[in-house]
Design a protein around this ligand. Structure first.
Ligand code: F3S
Length: 755
């Protein structure tokens, strides 16, 4: 596994000084989040106080983690940087590409066959560039990170939204797009808008059927799916200290469901226990030496309203178990009210499946609590009415759970133990019991329950609960079952009740594993060959984008004038296209196919000015490229909102689009365009959008003088020969203009590395 204790000690050795400096600069006591942020500034100790929710700040994360689906394009790009090794400790985890169907052994074999080229590529590229590689079956990225790499006070980024899970061990851990990860791997700073801070004070103590999952289900109900946007949620109080580190991980994990940048907890005994149990006593010792810097200042937690932008208080002693859903994780219903609510909404009462595990809930504590319910069913002769599926979070958890007889308890209820991988949580589930679009209900202990997420069926009503509640409901087979109140009929016709769950925080005999699935990289990877088959349809090595010729751009044709919302999903659709994430040319066949053409209000139907014919956007653009004709994409407000998906910037660039001219950009997409060497402009006068006609040609007549804060003049030539001359703005600074000149940020890095 090889966590980097020297790196952790280095972070800690700087922390006291940096936290003290930050406190002086900010002029008040600090939250934990601020301590971590200010001690990870790219330029070292703080020199100024940043405005939350406003200032863009450059950071130096300690670690990077990538999952197999997003790692493909990230690593293909990194290979362009001309570096020998990644600049920051990095790991790759194969967890998303494994389908759950028959059970672990068969499913893993099938995945190793169907995705072997992707796994081979990821393993070889990891080996070459000093990246730790976790094989298929080794576990789910966030559980493996928690068990091996997360450390209190650290900052990490990961190419997956649930990277935030590592907040359970007191990190600031943030999900990012591949382009951001590539920057950091290549030794560049990582930029983030300084987050706002939401404080959640936890009082009391969990008991009975209530678990840490219910804390976040409750918080989701309060904040809703957007309530945490742009914020770090920091938990504190006696209730926080009373919970296990893995329970804290569950809470942080689902912070992604309220849109939070991340969530975190102050360092405490539970984290020390977890670090020691996972063979990292040296990390716990190092953390203990600076523990006052690994939690918020006392004054902050005493008067949180003064220091957080928003404060929520939850009394764990009064918290009730919840089930959230269907179709959205913020629709929170206490179990006691579910019967009435299900009836009122006509949700299917019979539960087909209970699914336990995922990165959210597969700790030892989770499995023991769920197993304590399953065991009662066996002992009390109650047959489970629903099917059971378990996805352990890692091989270490699976091995330990098997050793301690936990898996056997589930198997006695005919549960299927799936691979240590995402499986049904990411739609990788070949469900045997239902095909088509029948209305049905499932319950799971995962984090997301949007329509189609688990099985592709828009009518599957998925509800999210704690593992023990999922177990109880699956045993009863009914959504309206409240184990605190309702009885079950056993095989002897007797009525029995399930007692409250009991759990064990950490295994008394320690964790164990025979083959953890970790492959360390070569110390010197220079001779390692990266494996990509010439004829692969899923992977393609990248070719550097052409540098700018330094001339004005003239004779550019309009490819599409996008009407209304144009998100990264419209520009680069997901779904079946995800298969081609590692093959830029193939995935470019989805380029802008979701964007609405302003002239006919249709999607993927634009005019080819060379022929007068209409066709799909990628097809028309490929024609222009073949003829050497530059093109322009025109867009509306907030163009490229949605995600940080770098494909949305790479595809048009690959296909030969030269300029994206819009009313306004979503900031991350604008930066991604710049990084890929695209010219991203905004109308100085928004109304000029209306001047653009279907047969227009564009001349960028003073591009040769491209400079920061200098407008670019565009001559629009209409089909009848008439012209409009307009001004456009841009936000390129000097270094970004260098990216443009070199064809991409990576081209420039490569040149600098070669120098
Ligand atoms: Fe995987 Fe689901 Fe977590 S897709 S990383 S188990 S959120």
């Amino acid at each position: 596994m090889a966590y980097d204790i020297d790196m952790i000690k280095k972070v800690y050795s700087q922390m006291a000084e940096r936290v003290n400096t930050a406190r002086e600069v900010v002029g008040k006591p600090l939250t934990l989040s601020e301590k971590i942020l200010y001690s990870h500034l790219w330029d070292g100790a703080a020199k100024e106080a940043y405005q939350r929710g406003k200032d863009y700040v450059e950071f130096a994360p300690d670690r990077i983690a990538c999952q197999d689906a997003t790692a493909q394009m990230a690593l293909l790009q990194f290979m362009q940087a001309g570096k020998k090794q990644v600049a920051v400790p990095t790991t790759v985890h194969c967890d998303h590409l494994i389908q759950a169907k028959m059970g672990a052994a068969i499913d893993l074999r099938a995945a190793n066959k169907s995705s072997s080229e992707v796994f081979d590529f990821l393993e070889s590229v990891s080996n070459k560039y000093g990246i730790g590689f976790w094989k298929p079956g080794a576990g789910i990225i966030h559980q493996v990170v928690l068990e091996n790499y997360a450390f209190p006070g650290g900052m990490m980024i990961g190419t997956d939204s649930h990277t935030v899970n590592a907040g359970g061990l007191g990190m600031v851990a943030i999900g990012v797009g591949g382009a951001d990860a590539v920057d950091v791997m290549a030794g560049m700073p990582w930029e983030l808008k300084f987050p706002k801070l939401i404080g959640v004070k936890l009082t009391g103590k969990l008991s009975g059927w209530t678990s840490s999952k219910d804390v976040i289900l409750k918080v989701a109900g309060i904040l809703t799916v957007k309530g945490g946007t742009g914020s770090i949620i920091e938990y504190f109080g006696e209730g926080a200290r009373s919970m296990s580190a893995t329970g804290k991980g569950t809470i942080c994990n689902m912070g992604a469901e309220v849109g939070a940048t991340t969530s975190t907890f102050g360092y405490d005994e539970s984290m020390s226990r977890y670090l020691k149990a996972t063979d990292r006593a040296d990390v716990a010792d190092a953390a203990n030496e600076i523990k006052e810097h690994l939690t918020g200042d006392d004054e902050v937690y005493a008067n949180p309203e003064q220091y957080f932008d928003e404060v929520i208080e939850i009394n764990l002693s009064e918290l009730k178990p919840h089930l959230n859903g269907p179709f959205t994780p913020d629709l929170a219903t206490p179990i006691s009210e579910m019967a009435a609510k299900a009836k009122e909404n006509d949700w299917p009462i019979n539960v087909d499946w209970g699914l336990i595990g995922s990165c959210t809930n597969s700790s030892y504590e989770d499995l023991t609590r769920a197993a304590s319910i399953a065991k009662q069913a066996v002992d009390k002769k109650v047959k489970a009415k629903s099917d059971f599926g378990i996805n352990p979070g890692s091989e270490q958890i699976r091995f330990t759970a098997e050793r301690d007889g936990l898996l056997k308890i589930f198997e006695d209820l005919d549960a299927t133990i799936f691979t240590n991988a995402c499986g049904p949580c990411i739609g990788q589930w070949d469900r045997s019991d239902r095909k088509g679009e029948e209305k049905n209900t499932i319950v799971h202990s995962f984090n997301r329950n949007f329509s189609k997420r688990a099985d592709g069926n828009p009518n599957t009503h998925a509800f999210v609960g704690s593992p023990e509640m999922v177990a109880a409901i699956a045993i009863s087979g009914r959504l309206d079952f409240d184990p605190t109140r309702d009885k079950l009929m056993n095989e002897d016709g007797e009525e029995v009740m399930l007692d409250e769950p009991t759990g064990i925080e950490l295994p008394s005999d320690g964790f164990d594993v025979e083959e953890d699935g970790y492959v360390p990289p070569n110390e010197d990877g220079s001779s390692v060959e990266v494996k990509v088959a010439e004829d692969s349809e899923r992977l393609q090595l990248l070719t550097p984008f052409e540098p700018w010729d330094g001339k004005n751009l003239t004779g550019a044709k309009l490819l599409i004038k996008a009407f209304g919302k144009c998100t990264t999903d419209h520009i680069s659709m997901a779904g079946p296209w995800l298969r081609y994430r590692g093959h830029l040319d193939n995935i470019s066949n989805n380029c802008l196919i979701g964007a609405v053409n302003a002239f006919n209000k249709k999607t993927n139907f634009v005019k080819n000015q060379l022929t007068g014919e209409y066709d799909g956007v990628p097809a028309v653009q490929r024609e222009y490229k073949k003829e050497g004709v530059p093109t322009v994409v025109v867009g509306d407000h907030n163009y490229g909102e949605g995600s940080s998906r770098e494909h949305a910037a790479m595809e048009p660039r690959h296909l030969g689009v030269k300029v994206v001219l819009v009313k306004s950009f979503a900031r991350i997409h604008e930066t991604n365009l710049k990084k890929q060497g695209m010219l991203g402009l905004t109308f100085a006068n928004e109304a000029d959008y209306d001047l653009i006609q279907e047969d227009d040609t564009f001349n960028f007549i003073d591009l040769e003088d491209f400079a920061p804060d200098k407008q670019i003049t565009v001559e629009i030539v209409h089909a009848d020969g008439s012209k409009d001359t307009i001004k456009t703005n841009h936000t390129y600074n000097k270094p970004q203009i260098e990216w443009y000149k070199h064809g991409s940020a990576l081209n420039l890095i490569k040149k600098q590395n070669a120098a």
